[in-house]
Design a protein around this ligand. Structure first.
Ligand SMILES: [Zn+2]
Length: 308
């Protein structure tokens, strides 16, 4: 190591002036400037750091040891810190009030989610938000239908009275169930159901809504069982969705159908359900690999004095 380590922690006034030091040591080859950063189309690590800030280690350490070259490097009056999530190097003034002699050892550091682990979490949480939306809509519909079933008789009378008044108002004949289109046809259908059948429909909506809620919670916490539950509950309804699209097509239905197909393909292909492409074991290994110290070291520029 040719670099000299500071003999003592810099005093507060020294540290405050550090960046404006009139004669700083020239920066040899600051880390992060040796190779061009690989450009990725969608850098989840950078996006995540944008929200949560870089994950830097050793910002409170007096001195860096040789093995800390992966985490931080002293260059001139700066200390370059490596973000453990996005691999960026961030130059900061040396710590003003260091509280520990050196950065923590690797087994003390919790590596943030990165690589596949981070990507999986983002996608699963997007699906969880979609399922939470289903939960809210289905539970509201279910409660609405159950309330409707409880007061069906009086609501039906009011509905047909209003319709009859409206029709008289525009000079039409008596109310006829047939000939209605759109929402009126749906309402006619609803009123023609027995209240027993209505209660079944309401219970079904509530039940499916709760299932979507359970999926949302499980997916948010990246539980494997939630991936299976989501896969099964989505696939089971695909034939119904195709039937519905065949009956009456709408932009909302098409979007919902495309999302569900994408979820099924993602779970099968990327999450390797049912043992596909090596199954859950490979899935776990790939996530662990992207968060391992070996991967982090491989993405680290060599320390000064060691050939590239
Ligand atoms: Zn970062």
């Amino acid at each position: 190591m040719e670099r000299s380590q500071p003999a003592a922690p810099p005093s507060e006034s020294e540290a405050a002036q550090a960046p404006a030091d009139p004669a700083p040591r020239p920066l040899s080859r600051p880390p992060g400037t040796q190779a061009q950063r690989k450009r990725r189309q969608l850098d989840w690590e950078l996006i995540s750091c944008g929200f949560q800030g870089h994950r830097l280690v050793g910002t409170d350490a007096v001195q860096l040891r040789p093995q800390d070259y992966v985490l931080a490097r002293d260059e001139g009056s700066f200390r370059f810190y490596r973000c453990l999530r996005c691999d960026s190097w961030v130059p900061l003034a040396r710590p003003e009030k260091p509280v520990r002699p050196h950065p923590p050892d690797r087994d003390e550091i919790v590596v943030p989610k990165r690589g596949k682990a981070l990507r999986d979490r983002v996608v699963l949480r997007l699906i969880a938000v979609d399922r939470a939306f289903h939960f809210v809509v289905l539970v509201a519909l279910g409660i609405g239908v159950l309330l409707f079933a409880a007061h069906e008789a009086s609501l039906r009378d009011a509905y047909y009275n209003i319709l009859a008044d409206l029709q008289r108002g525009v000079g039409g004949g008596p109310v006829q169930d047939s000939g209605h289109v759109g929402i009126l046809r749906d309402l006619d259908r609803l009123f023609s159901l027995r209240s027993g059948a209505l209660r079944e429909v309401g219970a079904g909506l509530l039940g499916y809504g709760l299932l979507e809620g359970v999926e949302a919670v499980g997916l948010w916490y990246a539980k494997r069982w939630a991936e299976y539950l989501t896969f099964i509950s989505t696939v089971v309804l695909l034939p119904l969705e195709i039937y519905e699209l065949n009956e009456r097509i709408s932009a909302l239905k098409v979007i919902g159908f495309v999302i569900n197909i994408a979820v099924v393909v993602y779970l099968l292909y990327a999450k390797r359900l049912f043992g596909l492409r090596g199954g859950g074991r490979i899935d776990d290994e790939l996530r662990a690999r992207d968060m391992s110290w070996e991967t982090i070291e491989a993405a680290t520029p060599p320390p000064p004095g060691r050939p590239d």
